[in-house]
Every structure is written in structure tokens, then in C-alpha cells.
Design a protein around this ligand. Structure first.
Ligand SMILES: [Zn+2]
Length: 142
């Protein structure tokens, strides 16, 4: 028996930003087809991709799996950097607030992106390494 889906419900889809299969909220549908979804992890809105279309078939030619591996590499590097950064972070642990100034080494808990380490600070902003990628956040730094 198939479950009827509608906008506002949660489905599992491949997130183009997080590069993972994650829970998404259905934004738009055409008939019974899901067209647009919003990632619950990073908040990005993109077209729906189900597992079948993104699943890699092993042993399907070396060139193909090589390309797939290459595409996954930057993410792995970011996760490794993030894990190392989290292990070494000696700063304060703070909830993200754009009215707050941050220092290098601080750990920011962001409601949408999770925990991140402050890498650099600039006037009114700071660069923060999150598990999926580096982002520049507004801050009260002077
Ligand atoms: Zn995402």
C-alpha cells in the first residue's frame, strides 16, 4: 500500500548541499510527484531526488566510480577538518547570535548548521567551519 504524500510532509531525499540522504520537507508537488523539497539540516530548497537516482552501483566501470569518488572527496576533507577542529577547539562554546562577537577557536552552536569552529574574524562577521562546509556568519566583531 502506498502512502499518499503531500506538501509539508517529510521525505528522505538527497541533499545537494549536505551531499547526504537526509530528511526533507516537501515544498511543491505535481500530482503525486514530489518536485521541490527543503532540507531540514541546511534549510536549502532544491529539486527532489530519491535514493534510486543517486545510489551508486558498484563495479560499474572504473571511470564512473572514480568520478563519483572524486565528487565526494571535498566533503570528506571538510568533515575531517571539522572533526580535528572540534577536538582542538579551546574557545568558549556559544549559541549563535549575530549580536555577539566571537574569537578564533570559539565553538558556535548554530540552530541550522550545527556546531562550528570560528576560524577567522573580520569586521562584523566571522568565518566558521561547520561539518559540511565553511560559512561566513554575521557577528558583532569590530
Ligand atoms: Zn542540506
Amino acid at each position: 500500500m502506498e502512502k499518499k504524500l503531500s506538501a509539508g510532509e517529510e521525505v528522505s531525499s538527497y541533499c545537494t548541499r549536505c551531499k547526504l540522504d537526509l530528511g526533507h520537507i516537501i515544498i511543491a508537488m505535481v500530482g503525486q510527484k514530489i518536485v521541490k523539497v527543503q532540507c531540514r539540516t541546511c534549510g536549502s530548497i532544491h529539486s527532489y531526488r530519491n535514493r534510486e537516482t543517486t545510489k551508486r552501483t558498484p563495479g560499474n566501470g572504473d571511470r564512473r566510480s572514480g568520478a563519483a569518488r572524486k565528487a565526494l572527496e571535498p566533503v570528506r576533507t571538510t568533515i575531517d577538518k571539522w572533526e580535528a577542529g572540534m577536538a582542538q577547539a579551546k574557545g568558549r562554546e556559544l549559541s549563535y547570535d549575530m549580536g555577539q562577537s566571537f574569537q578564533e577557536g570559539d565553538v558556535i552552536a548554530h540552530p541550522l548548521f550545527g556546531k562550528g569552529i570560528v576560524l577567522r574574524t573580520h569586521y562584523r562577521k566571522c568565518d566558521v567551519l561547520f561539518r559540511d562546509k565553511e560559512r561566513t556568519l554575521a557577528a558583532a566583531n569590530t
